[in-house]
Write a new protein. Structure first.
Length: 267
């Protein structure tokens, strides 16, 4: 048990770093590690528990990072609102749908989502190129804000990944520097985390396991947060110092690492 806690703590530290640098909120790190943790222990509802615990951790991480980014002046209200409202609507729909999807199917969807995102970032123009802060970003269209926001919330809540992997590329292609796009992803992840956690916490697992509220594993969440919160406090000091293109490439590299880990653990 101590070994498991220490492993989760270390990955929690990584979660804190990725929350600030990439806007992940924790999803793309916590889902694979909690999935592996559950498979190695109880084994029941592994993917649902991983997604549920990820959303619970994401609430704390995203709020903490949002406050830090707001103090740094990286948040743009004219882009966040009303996009965050439609993301919240989609998050409720996605969370409800997740309870109807079999565990194995949810795992396959997560892997497919990662693969599509990586290919899109590599081969579609607008993500990897450097941004000039002197050039103002282009505004979001109405369709992007409404239908796009609802879709982002639904997919992100279904897979427990926040929304950064949809919102960061979206904002990059509107002209945002990587540091600012990642910063904006944090407040946009909060409604997804809240909706997902509420639905999963009141869900009914196939097998009741001590230490869980619904599908949310309290031990795993606590260990991850013990590592992530101090890491957020430290990492926020280096945000913006990384060259923009290097920052974007690192984002895709991390997704590749997560994809490989999910394929291995699910094999």
């Amino acid at each position: 048990m101590l070994t498991s806690f220490l492993v989760l703590f270390c990955f929690g530290c990584l979660t804190g770093v990725t929350t600030v640098l990439f806007g992940f909120g924790g999803g793309f790190v916590t889902v694979p590690v909690v999935f592996g943790f559950v498979v190695a222990t109880s084994g029941s509802d592994a993917m649902h528990v991983a997604v549920a615990t990820s959303t619970a951790v994401m609430i704390v991480n995203s709020v903490s990072a949002t406050l830090a980014q707001a103090r740094a002046g990286r948040l743009r209200r004219d882009y966040l609102w009303p996009l965050v409202l439609f993301i919240a609507v989609g998050a409720v729909l996605g969370s409800l749908l997740a309870g109807l999807v079999p565990d194995g199917v949810l795992h396959l969807l997560f892997v497919a989502y990662l693969a599509i995102t990586i290919v899109d970032g590599l081969f579609r123009s607008g993500f990897l190129g450097s941004r000039d802060r002197a050039v103002p970003p282009r505004p979001l269209g109405r369709a992007t804000t409404t239908a796009g926001g609802t879709g982002i919330g639904a997919v992100a809540a279904l897979l427990g990944v926040g929304g950064s992997v949809l919102t960061v590329p979206l904002l990059r292609r509107r002209g945002f520097p990587m540091a600012d796009a990642a910063a904006m992803a944090n407040p946009l992840s909060v409604p997804i985390a809240l909706a997902g956690t509420a639905v999963y916490a009141f869900g009914s697992p196939a097998v009741a396991v001590a230490g869980r509220i619904g599908f949310v594993d309290l031990l795993a969440a606590a260990a991850l947060l013990c590592g992530s919160l101090p890491a957020i406090a430290v990492t926020k000091r280096v945000t913006g110092r990384i060259p923009d293109r290097v920052h974007a490439v690192a984002y895709l590299v991390l997704l590749v690492v997560v994809l490989i880990s999910m394929v291995i653990t699910g094999a």
